[in-house]
Design a protein around this ligand. Sequence first.
Ligand code: HEC
Length: 100
Amino acid sequence: MKLTAVAATGLLAASLVAHATDPDLARNLAAGCTGCHGTEGRAVSGTGFDSLAGLDQVRMLQKLADFRSGSRPATVMQQIVKGYNDEQLALIAAYFAAQR
Ligand code: HEC
């Protein structure tokens, strides 16, 4: 019983640390965007989707905030941004900003 509790606490701590420092987290979150915006945010020409690779993080977050508030009209992005919290969007924006 006592051992189980210790093991459970250890697992919980390990998963918290993994969450905070998971190097793949940003990439995994951004994977939800690449179906439209291209692998690593490099849109395929002719598809009409904007490239996100190399877009400044702050500018991207502003665009996403405008979609979320509805101040920028959109066909799909208004709904898509609502599926992520601010922390997740910041990670996604940082990920794409780092792509060249
Ligand atoms: C289903 C396809 C689709 C997915 C998935 C998608 N987008 Fe978009 N994105 C669009 C379309 C279409 C537009 C143009 C605005 C509109 O009509 O919604 C757009 C526009 C944008 C823009 C504005 C580009 C610019 O330079 O003005 C940004 C930034 C953006 N998307 C980021 C994201 C991020 C971040 C994700 C993942 C969380 C994402 N998109 C997922 C289709 C998509």
